[in-house]
Design a protein around this ligand. Structure first.
Ligand code: ADP
Length: 339
């Protein structure tokens, strides 16, 4: 049947991905590093390098403009390098900004998956908190590794937490974090001068807090906004299709997707609501499971279908997380738009 077919297709896709996966070059060829730097390189390869992000463009719902812009800026230069020379030299720094949970990380992962670039995933706040004094060195080694494994994408999440405007943080800046910022700027300059296919994709929920020196180096700035009405409907029907299953138990829904507006909710909010709604169905079986031990065959249990009214009830109890900042994102877009 159709769902079985789709499942097989997914599996074949996954396997293909597996056999075509890029193997990392051994670090032994990574010369000119002292013992300490080698250690950092090993840590980066272990913790920060992501083996296979496995996100396809079609996994990202909506965001057509953002997808197109990211493809133009990063994907095509990798695929058709001969076209991107002279005035069209590739953009090395991209800023994805917008409310949390809207697909910024997914976009970065899709670039890495679809272009089969080496993907380094760094949450900026973790560099500072974990590495403190060493964070500057870590940044240097990270960029060296990215060049060594090129084509590479470096995804810097929560950029504002390290690249806030200087001197604005409470109680002055930690010396180590100031040096790290400088190193990041130096490395970005190095990228823009070189031919290496290394791209920095930075994400921020609070772009107006970013240091201007950093903003200037992120030449493309792309708003990843809250999902549109059709995108929200597509998300709900993706996560709660008319028929799905969990643990062999059938989950049926009869939702009038058009009735479920959910304006102001982000993709991750909507996912949470869908999960909560599915849980209201599953919750009903726990009582009978717990009281009748003999009825342990879960697959034999028939659940009722989730209705639009059930879903609306769940929405009422789960508020969107980011609506209030939307005006600031559009104001920032007006001032700093660069697509
Ligand atoms: P952020 O913008 O904060 O980086 P993420 O990309 O990490 O957000 O999204 C968080 C989760 O929300 C994703 O793993 C996915 O499940 C869901 N999600 C958010 N936006 C979308 C989208 N446009 N398409 C599909 N899933 C989405």
């Amino acid at each position: 049947d159709a769902s079985r077919g789709a499942e097989t297709e997914q599996m074949v896709k996954k396997n293909n991905l597996h056999t075509h996966e890029r193997l990392l070059k051994p670090l032994s060829g990574f010369s000119g590093l002292s013992g300490e730097m080698k250690e950092l390189a090993a840590i980066i390869s272990g913790d920060i390098y992501l083996h296979n992000p496995n996100v396809r463009w079609e996994d990202i719902i909506g965001l057509e403009d953002a997808k197109r812009l990211v493809k133009e800026a990063v994907v095509y230069p990798i695929k058709y390098p001969q076209l991107f020379t002279g005035i069209l030299s590739p953009w090395k720094g991209l800023l994805l900004y917008g409310p949390p949970g809207t697909g910024k990380t997914l976009l970065a992962k899709a670039v890495a998956t679809e272009c089969r670039t080496t993907f380094f995933n760094i949450s900026a706040s973790s560099i500072v908190s974990k590495w403190r004094g060493d964070s500057e060195k870590l940044v240097r080694v990270l960029f060296e590794l990215a060049r060594y494994h090129a084509p590479s994408t470096i995804f810097l999440d929560e950029l504002e937490s390290v690249m806030g405007q200087r001197g604005t943080s409470l109680g002055g800046e930690h010396e180590g974090s100031r040096r790290m910022k400088t190193e990041l700027l130096v490395q970005m300059d190095g990228l823009s001068r070189s031919e290496d296919l290394v791209f920095v994709l930075a994400a921020s929920n609070l772009p107006w807090e970013l240091d201007h020196a950093m903003l200037r180096r992120l030449e493309k700035r792309i708003l990843v906004g809250l999902p549109s009405s059709p995108a929200r409907q597509a998300m709900i029907s993706h996560w709660l299709p008319p028929l799905s299953s969990t643990g062999g138990m059938e989950l049926r829904t009869s939702l009038d997707y058009k009735m479920l507006q959910m304006e102001g909710y982000s993709g991750s909010d909507i996912r949470l609501v869908c999960k909560e709604a599915a849980m209201t169905l599953v919750r009903t079986v726990f009582d009978s499971l717990e009281s009748h031990q003999e009825c342990s065959d879960i697959t034999a249990i028939q659940l009722g279908a989730l209705t639009t009214a059930d879903f609306v009830e769940v929405i009422a109890h789960t508020k969107p997380s980011a609506r209030s900042l939307m005006d600031r994102y559009t104001a920032f877009e007006r001032e700093y738009e660069s697509v």
